[in-house]
Write a protein of this length. Structure first.
Length: 154
């Protein structure tokens, strides 16, 4: 008789994630001591860190198979956001790289730093190596589309 084991962990938090949180807390304390004891700056940064921590924890719960399924759609959404920056982007300090959603401003090029490598990995996964010229050109196209859209931003 086999005994089935079930994963009873409520949250998936690995050691590297916990170490990152510790470094972030040390950074907040450093900001407080270097900022002339101004608590407002620390509170604002702490709120941003908390929001990032919540998002990071939620993303850590997603199974890799689900991410693999959604990668092309996330990439396509990122490309659409880059086109939106060119059409309706918000200008700041002479550059038009932001989308303003009222509550927060968002820079799609930052998301593409994650999307492009994931899309290349998705495209090349489970295909024989070395890649053919056609696959190499398609991979180059996957990389160049967002790169050119980002370079076109004033």
């Amino acid at each position: 008789m086999q005994i089935k084991r079930y994963n009873t962990h409520i949250l998936h938090l690995d050691k590297m994630m916990l170490m990152g949180m510790l470094v972030a807390i040390i950074g907040l304390l450093t900001l407080y001591s270097a900022g002339g004891q101004e608590i407002d700056i620390v509170i604002r940064q702490g709120m941003r860190m908390l929001m990032g921590l919540i998002i990071m924890t939620l993303i850590a719960q997603i199974r890799l198979q689900h991410v693999f399924y959604w990668v092309p759609w996330i990439y396509l959404g990122g490309v659409v956001l880059l086109v939106a920056v060119l059409l309706i982007g918000d200008s700041s300090k002479g550059s038009q790289r932001w989308l303003d959603f009222g509550v927060f401003r968002f820079q799609p090029s930052e998301i593409m730093k994650l999307c492009v490598p994931m899309m290349v990995a998705w495209f090349l996964a489970e295909k024989p190596l070395p890649p053919s010229y056609g696959r190499s050109l398609t991979t180059l196209l996957i990389i160049m589309i967002p790169a050119l859209l980002i370079a076109k931003q004033p």
